[in-house]
Design a protein around this ligand. Structure first.
Ligand SMILES: [Zn+2]
Length: 306
């Protein structure tokens, strides 16, 4: 085992994954377990803490290491004011001092970030954004999130919302983009209501009366004209939403993650369109697919201590 090892944990609604990386990003250990279920939120919370502790203990035993730095990614965030978890879809974490409790269980400091930030860090350090100064990483999945990394450092910001572009309004609205839908955040016309998987499906239903999920739209667009049109609307909306990010941050590279990042044609089609919206005579920003797929979250969690 090399001198420096980093443990990353990805806590999801169904699985908890653990990884151990050396300083070069080589993986030395990886395993996963089911996220514990329990009759009450308090019991589930305790079971999650115990499960993570067991995973870390077993990992360190198998690798003959100890007191390894631990980072964890969760689908939620920690309030800077209270250190309590908010906006988590593993709801037993909400209102809990999770990082402090885990730190107590593991007898060491623990770094914690939301899963979009872990994804961004992973792709910026040794993924699709490797070697680039400014990397904006985007999740296009059941929700739309993002994270921003400059010089391999995660940008957090005083409100801890850096990269949350999914709840900005869709820019440069056209008639095609109406009617606006209400987002779970309470606003209307958020980017997420167009570009998330459920948003893409809902827009296709509203505008073309096609009841298809995003996967079906993509697989049927070669033979279904309306599915193709809906895809073209999606490309235009993604292009203008990313253009508004480029106008503010001007990143070297934008890395896509989440289920919709698997639509390979986006990497050609979106850059053909975004020049219309970017305030520049040419656009040198790269649009790339993530390198590590579902593993980016757990790798980025390990890199929180790098
Ligand atoms: Zn919203």
């Amino acid at each position: 085992m090399t001198a420096q090892t980093f443990i990353g944990i990805d806590l999801g609604g169904t699985k908890i994954e653990i990884i151990a990386l050396d300083q070069h990003g080589t993986e030395h250990y990886r395993t996963r377990t089911n996220t514990p279920k329990a009759p009450t939120p308090q019991e589930q919370y305790s079971a999650i803490l115990e499960s993570i502790t067991q995973l870390v203990t077993q990992c360190e035993k198998d690798l003959s290491i100890s007191n390894t730095p631990v980072g964890i990614g969760i689908p939620g965030s920690e309030s800077k004011d209270t250190q309590l978890i908010k906006n988590a879809n593993t709801t037993c974490l909400i209102g809990k001092p999770f990082r402090n409790d885990l730190s107590h269980y593991l007898k060491r400091p623990v770094q914690l970030e939301n899963d979009a930030n872990c994804f961004a860090l992973s792709e910026a350090i040794d993924g699709a954004g490797q070697g680039k100064t400014s990397v904006f990483a985007v999740i296009l999945g059941t929700g739309v999130g993002g994270g921003w990394v400059i010089n391999q450092q995660l940008i957090i910001g005083p409100n801890h919302i850096c990269g949350e572009w999914g709840h900005n309004p869709l820019p440069w609205h056209t008639d095609n983009d109406h009617p606006m839908q209400t987002c779970y955040c309470g606003k209307q016309g958020c980017i997420e209501t167009y570009l998330s998987g459920p948003g893409f499906s809902q827009q296709t239903q509203l505008q073309f009366q096609l009841a298809m999920n995003s996967r079906e739209i993509i697989s049927q667009r070669s033979c279904h004209l309306l599915a193709q049109q809906s895809y073209e609307f999606y490309v235009d909306r993604l292009a203008k939403s990313l253009a508004s990010v480029i106008n503010v941050m001007d990143p070297d590279v934008i890395v896509l993650g989440g289920g919709l990042s698997n639509i390979d044609s986006l990497y050609e089609d979106v850059p053909k369109v975004w020049g219309k919206y970017v305030f520049s005579d040419s656009v040198k920003t790269h649009l790339r697919k993530n390198q590590y797929g579902d593993s980016s979250g757990v790798r980025g969690a390990a890199w929180l201590n790098r």
